[in-house]
Design a protein around this ligand. Structure first.
Ligand code: SF4
Length: 365
């Protein structure tokens, strides 16, 4: 990675909560021929950089669709990278004269918003959902476009946790530095310590969300008391000020922790309590759900040519399986026994707080 790319990666990671658009259109990779693969992604700058880096050495075409500068998962869940955007991007790309096939590899995490069946109906292009992570594209290509469970499951390891901690801590540090006056450096250190603690530990504490929020706030206050004691600055006023700041920071960092991580259903509304259910009568064994689920909820039952829900507890209610099932065999059940069917999930996308906002798709192109 060149120093310029590294700098861009650091800055974009620090501000990844802010949309940052890349140029839309077609990028030629290497020296493609008529059978070279076609990839598509959203126009979030960091994503485009990472996809291009992952595809270094691969001959092909990269179509960048307009996701309004938002990353693929958030854009798909929120209706900014939908069937409409993909259809538009493919029609504008004009690749029909340059490739002899009609297959486009789309990020797996776009499956919540991009309906493969509908893209094919409108354009003739077959959508194949690639791996969950851009870094895994070479492994996916090497495996002849098949996906092991590892390639289709979202990761939440050290790198991803650090990136999300940095994404929250960077803007919070700037605001804190502006308002903390002479205490700006200890305040910024507190922001980073709390952000790292939340993103590395929050999901590992076996307790309810509210309990954990209180626990992390209490730890923040105790940490401040310890630091004030060590520096000889402990007083009731100082503890009140720093303790309040620490509690407020924990509240901000944990308010929608799930929405910043793939460990639990995002949001604070009813959607959190939905359960994915399978209508076994309808299932015809297309296994689109297996290909797009980022949490390994399903297992193929090959002899019976059907699927089983083996880890419903892992489901984050992203809706990808419901959107993609060609038989409409999957839906969500609400805690009071109602069903939320495929058409609703396809039509209504999640807003910033994890609630399905009314966002009908624009008319076909
Ligand atoms: S089972 Fe849950 S996590 Fe998996 S694709 Fe369906 S809604 Fe998403």
């Amino acid at each position: 990675m060149s120093p310029t790319d590294l700098l861009a990666e650091i800055v974009l990671t620090g501000f990844r909560l802010v949309p940052f658009p890349a140029r839309t259109g077609v990028y030629t990779l290497g020296t493609p021929d008529g059978m070279s693969p076609v990839f598509l992604t959203g126009n979030y700058d960091l994503t485009v950089r990472r996809v291009k880096r992952a595809l270094r050495g691969t001959d092909g075409h990269l179509v960048v669709a307009n996701s309004h500068g938002v990353n693929v998962w958030c854009a798909s869940s929120g209706g900014h990278l939908s069937t409409h955007q993909v259809v538009t991007a493919l029609k504008l790309a004009g690749l029909e004269d340059r490739v002899a096939h009609r297959e486009v590899i789309v990020p797996q995490l776009a499956a919540t918003g991009v309906e493969a069946k509908e893209v094919r109906r409108r354009t003739g292009w077959i959508v194949r959902f690639g791996p969950a992570e851009a870094d895994d594209i070479p492994a996916y290509l090497a495996a002849r476009k098949s996906k092991t469970p590892a390639l289709r499951t979202v990761r939440w390891g050290v790198r991803e946790r650090f990136e999300m901690a940095a994404a929250w801590a960077t803007p919070m540090s700037l605001v804190t530095a502006l308002v903390a006056g002479g205490h700006r450096w200890p305040a910024v250190a507190l922001v980073w310590a709390l952000a790292l603690a939340v993103f590395f530990l929050f999901d590992r504490v076996p307790a309810g969300e509210r309990t954990k929020q209180v626990l992390f706030a209490a730890c923040g206050v105790l940490g401040c008391a310890a630091a004030l004691g060590i520096t000889g600055a402990l007083s009731a006023g100082a503890l009140l000020a720093w303790g309040t700041a620490a509690s407020a920071m924990v509240a901000i960092l944990t308010f929608d922790y799930a929405g910043s991580s793939p460990t639990a259903a995002a949001g604070i509304f009813d959607e959190k309590d939905f359960t994915v259910v399978l209508d076994e009568e309808r299932c015809a064994g297309a296994w689109a759900c297996v290909a797009v689920c980022p949490e390994a909820v399903f297992a193929k039952d090959e002899p019976a040519h059907t699927v089983r829900i083996t880890r419903a507890d892992l489901c984050i209610r992203c809706g990808a399986c419901v959107v993609q099932c060609p038989q409409d065999a999957l839906s969500f059940a609400t805690p009071d026994g109602r069903r939320v069917g495929p058409e609703t999930i396809r039509r209504y996308k999640l807003n910033l707080f994890g609630k399905r906002a009314t966002e009908p798709e624009p008319p076909g192109v």
